[in-house]
Design a protein around this ligand. Sequence first.
Ligand code: MG
Length: 251
Amino acid sequence: MIILKTSRELSLMRDAGRIAAEALRRVGEMVKPGVTTMALARAAHDYIVKCGAAPTFLDYNGFPGSICVSVNDEVIHGIPSEKRTLREGDLVGVDLGATYHGYVGDTAASFAVGAVSEELRLLSDTARESLYLAIEQAWPGGRLGDISAAVQTHCEARGYSLVREYCGHGVGRVLHEDPGVPNVGVAGRGLKLKPGMTLAIEPMVNQGRAAVKLLPDGWTVKTRDGKPSAHFEHTVAITSEGPVILTKVEG
Ligand code: MG
């Protein structure tokens, strides 16, 4: 069931989104060689709690961390660790959520650790661009397939592939609501987009093949071919005036 939000709910979601976005911005500023993935999680956790919000991912279905940190060939759901130190040339994906007054903001970005290869830079830039192209499609009267196709077309044109097993989602009072928002699809097909829908759009873009595998920790998703992956995400509201990014930093 798709839950349409009232303008009051959208304003609460914007507050949650702003906290999540600022936490992500702060984590991004900390990313450099020698930093552990746990240090990133701690910083995000502390900021979110200081704002009077809760880190949405902590204990979500038993997830053992306040954020997800996925390095290089890890696609999503990497578990923060004191033992995992970022190294020059890594690409680190950070995904986090903040729950504030009962509403969730969910956002992610990939960050370069120090100087990265031109190849990784292009992968990351393409994934980010595909997110914004997808957001531009989030207008009432459009179709869910317009969002998916925008991601797929942009990334596949550059030779990348999209993860099939995991996708974006509705978001609101809980982290995962209907509908699923796939990163592959056909424009003009699928669910009709309506004002009040709130979607987490999140391209997961692989440099190599699309196939992924789940690690024995039960959480971390990696590419099967060991090639890197990039991930960007915003929580977006569909309004009569068009798409509104809720996970935006202030100003
Ligand atoms: Mg998400």
